[in-house]
Design a protein around this ligand. Structure first.
Ligand code: GDP
Length: 297
């Protein structure tokens, strides 16, 4: 296949970090994401009402922004890692200050480590009388996390998702982590993107939330998504506003797909409908072959 995208020689510009929240069940991932979502300017402008897109952006008063994947749990992260498409730059490891480190805390740590993604720890529920953040820090350190206050480089922030305290500190910590990583992306040229969530809408057909990794996704383009294809009919931002294009780290909902893709699928731009159909059919054959091989194994 002729590759129509290349990062060589292209100008690279700073891009926002893409962050995934992980941690043990009930430690407050959903609550924390809700609290963070409410800090975004877009949410404030929309009166707190945002679409559930599977991702959202927090714009800081400094002008910087952070993209959060809004699918807590390991599923999306694992799916993307399995496809070699690590869309996540940073993992926020949520640990409840009362419960401390639990089985899924350790699982999240090993996921992040395997994917070579740095962790920022959010010790949550610090408002609770039984909260013991120091105990959590000792537990994490004994599990091998090199905490900053012990001379390492893993930042720890104490928060309460319910009382909405410490959220600024968490956002600052994420920006600092991102700065150290020097995240950059090509802006010009065809997009390389990933699906973080997909759903079927009765009226609009298959919809996918996409995050662009490099380049710019433009309305009207032909795309191949996993083994599906389509022509982008509409691009919407997190408050449902129509956009002409999507740039790196900006989560958007795209419309105009012929079939339903899966979280973790890659999105590539192709030059024509024929090419889109051909690639999609080829990938369908390959996926089917892989599936049959797995069954027979
Ligand atoms: P998840 O399973 O990790 O997504 O956890 P949830 O966000 O659903 O939270 C589990 C429970 O803990 C809910 O009853 C929340 O109200 C509660 N919770 C979450 N964050 C906090 C917090 O900062 N303080 C207190 N006191 N409770 C919290």
């Amino acid at each position: 296949a002729r590759r129509i995208h290349s990062n060589e020689g292209a100008e690279l510009l700073p891009r926002p970090p893409v962050v995934t929240v992980m941690g043990h069940v009930d430690h407050g991932k959903t609550s924390l994401l809700d609290a963070l979502r409410q800090t975004s300017v877009a949410a404030k402008e929309a009166g707190g009402i945002t679409q559930h897109l599977g991702a959202f952006v927090v714009d800081m008063s400094s002008g910087a922004s952070i993209t959060f994947l809004d699918t807590p749990g390991h599923a999306a992260f694992s799916a993307m890692r399995a496809r070699g498409a690590a869309v996540t730059d940073i993992v926020v490891l949520v640990v409840a200050a009362d419960d401390g480190v639990m089985r899924q805390t350790l699982e999240a740590m090993s996921h992040a480590k395997a994917a070579n993604v740095p962790i920022v720890v959010a010790i949550n529920k610090c408002d609770k009388p039984a909260a013991n953040p120091d105990r959590v820090k000792i537990q994490l350190a004994s599990e091998g996390l090199q905490l900053e206050e012990m001379g390492g480089d893993v930042q720890v922030v104490e928060v309460s998702a319910v009382q909405k305290t410490g959220l600024d500190n968490l956002e600052e910590a994420l920006l600092l982590q991102a700065e150290m990583m020097n995240l950059k992306a090509r802006i010009d040229g065809p997009a390389q993107a990933y699906v973080v969530e997909a759903r079927l809408d009765k009226g609009r057909g298959p919809l996918a939330t996409a995050i662009v990794k490099a380049g710019t996704l433009v309305c009207g383009q032909y795309v191949v998504i996993g083994s599906e294809w389509g022509r982008i009919r509409a691009i919407r931002d997190m408050i449902g506003k129509l956009a002409v294009q999507a740039r790196p780290a900006m989560p958007v909902e795209i419309e105009g797909l012929k079939g339903l893709p899966m979280a973790g699928d890659d999105i590539i731009v192709v030059e024509s409908e024929e090419r889109a159909k051909m690639l999609s059919a080829g990938r369908k054959r390959k996926f089917e072959k892989d599936r049959l091989r797995k069954i027979s194994e």
